[in-house]
Write a protein that binds this ligand. Structure first.
Ligand code: TXA
Ligand code: MG
Length: 363
């Protein structure tokens, strides 16, 4: 399977009813075990899976995504009892975190076990491990019986996929199969926590919030330590693969760093300027803001009710893709604070905008 031409059609395996799930999981697990590439839903985004102990299969992930080998992959497990098949060692804290947050959107960085191929770690000595909170993912991982390396199932640097249709749009014809279980629930990727540094350090904010992590790891270092919280972005990459342009639409995106009435005012001013200049513009806004901007000839995509950060996170990537497909000249958005899921939204919006945010009071 791994060596076959990848120009054949990608199998779409529906996994909605229990019977469909069983068929899709068995088929997907067979393909994974024979070295193929299978995209599957998780609670965060769709992942592109391959057997993490098979060097040829792992190589297929980098080829399909056109991903540089400097960007390491997360290995997925069906439960925490398998952690030491992926990690050479794990402190008690890893098991405490697993107990509290797995299955769920938390990735732990630990020393890599010899069974995991070095390319998964981008040549380094560490590995990311997580147990996803999705019945189809867990069924597939259980049935495959091997640790599964899986980055988000998008082309490199593009917006992460939250539906099987997004996966096909980016990788159709390049991968063997995709298991389709509908839209993902969390919508932003897992929180990446480095347990090889003391104290533990967040490398990527995500579905498990910093506030939740602090309940277990009081001294956890957040992304501010790497300078990420400056609107211009960090001084240096905090981890391999944490590059500043990422999750990006193809249309130019300007993100205003702020929330509430002031941010909406700044967004409106930007939109008016763009429209006056003859540009076709669109905006990614809350439901309430869409109503308030209804007087302008803007293409609006609604993220959800103001204040419901879970709904906004769930919709973010699909909304970015929808706006990107409208053939506009400029997309506008703003951030949603930095508390709770607001921090992950802030990080993804900044990276989608190429690494820099627009201050709210910019002229
Ligand atoms: O929610 C998620 O994490 C999704 C689903 C599919 O599980 N996966 C995902 O994978 O977002 P990916 O490859 O798109 O992002 C993984 C991130 C990258 O930024 C990478 O640099 C970091 O995790 N990472 C992975 N292994 C690492 C390691 N050993 N050391 C440091 N960072 C690592
Ligand atoms: Mg990704």
């Amino acid at each position: 399977m791994a060596n076959r031409e990848r120009d054949a059609a990608t199998l779409i395996l529906p996994a909605f009813s229990p019977v469909e799930m069983q068929v899709a999981i068995e088929r997907g697990a067979d393909i994974l075990r024979s070295g193929g590439l299978v995209a599957f839903p998780t609670e965060t985004v769709y992942g592109l899976g391959a057997d993490a102990t098979n060097a040829t299969a792992v190589e297929g992930i980098f080829a399909a995504k056109e991903r540089p080998h400097s960007d390491p992959l997360i290995v997925h497990l069906p439960d925490a009892s398998k952690l030491l098949t992926v990690a050479a060692s794990a402190p008690d804290l890893a098991f405490e975190l697993a107990e509290r947050f797995w299955p769920g959107p938390l990735t732990l960085i630990l020393p890599r076990a010899p069974a995991i191929v070095p390319a998964v770690s981008a040549g380094g000595g560490t590995v990311g491990a997580r147990v996803p909170r999705h019945a189809v993912a867990l069924g597939l991982l259980q049935a495959a019986g091997v640790p599964v390396a899986a980055p988000s199932a998008n082309r490199f640097m593009h917006t992460s996929p939250t539906t099987a249709a997004h996966v096909i749009a980016d990788l159709g014809g390049r991968i063997d199969a995709v298991l389709d279980a509908g839209p993902c629930d969390v919508g932003v990727e897992s929180t990446v926590l480095d347990l090889t540094s003391t104290p533990p350090r967040v490398l990527r904010p995500g579905g498990v919030t910093l506030e939740e992590l602090r309940e277990v790891v009081a001294d956890v270092v957040g992304i501010e330590a790497a300078g990420h919280l400056s609107p211009a972005g960090p001084q240096q990459a905090a981890s391999p693969g944490q590059m500043e342009r990422h999750y990006a639409p193809r249309t130019r995106l300007v993100v205003i760093d702020g929330d509430g009435a002031e941010a909406l005012g700044a967004l409106r001013a930007q939109a008016v300027d763009a429209l006056d200049a003859g540009l076709r513009a669109g905006a990614l806004v809350t439901d309430e803001e869409a109503d308030e901007l209804g007087d302008l000839p803007l293409t609006l995509v609604r993220l959800g009710p103001r204040g419901d950060l879970a709904a906004i996170s769930r919709r973010l990537y699909a909304a970015l893709r929808e706006l990107d497909e409208r053939g506009l000249d400029l997309l506008l958005a703003h951030t949603f604070g930095r508390e709770g899921l607001g921090l992950a939204l802030w990080d993804r919006l900044r990276k989608a905008a190429g690494g820099a945010l627009r201050p709210i009071d910019a002229p």
